[in-house]
Ligand binder design. Structure first.
Ligand SMILES: Nc1ncnc2c1ncn2[C@@H]1O[C@H](COP(=O)(O)OP(=O)(O)OP(=O)(O)O)[C@@H](O)[C@H]1O
Length: 121
């Protein structure tokens, strides 16, 4: 029988969850060009922020970069489930995928807004 979270001690539970998360990162990196592109953009943003900023401004840019990548991972998950549930064209599938795409866009706008505000300040 598959162990439940409650059956496991904390270090083992963390290790198992970490294993799934790393598998998700590796698979998304391999299969999704857009994840690789966003990662390159976030890496450039992080390097520029490390060179130009410190303190709260630096933290804001780094955190928004992580959020952008998290949104792209969520977008990938929603696309995969949608393709499995609705291989044929359907308005609800379009709604799910368009909203997931908008989630990534909104986090990108947040990062761009932070950069703009910090550069103009
Ligand atoms: N099964 C479907 N039913 C209806 N519309 C769909 C369906 N699959 C995709 N679409 C439409 O096509 C758009 C692009 O979907 P697709 O799965 O090609 O994403 P993508 O362009 O590969 O995204 P990403 O670059 O983030 O991986 C969706 O946002 C949606 O509007």
């Amino acid at each position: 029988m598959k162990p439940t979270d409650a059956d496991e001690d904390l270090p083992r539970l963390v290790q198992r969850k970490l294993h799934y998360s790393i598998a998700g990162l590796r698979e998304t990196w391999k299969s999704e060009p857009s994840f690789r592109q966003w990662t390159a953009l976030v890496a450039a943003s992080d390097l520029a922020a490390l060179a130009l900023m410190d303190g709260a401004a630096l933290a804001l840019v780094l955190v928004l970069g992580f959020l952008l990548l998290a949104a792209e991972l969520g977008n990938t998950a929603i696309e995969a489930v949608t393709d499995k549930a609705s291989p044929d064209h359907h308005p609800l599938a379009a709604k799910a995928k368009d909203a997931a795409s908008a989630m990534v866009f909104v986090t990108f706008v947040a990062l761009a807004t932070a950069w703009l505000a910090l550069l103009l300040a």
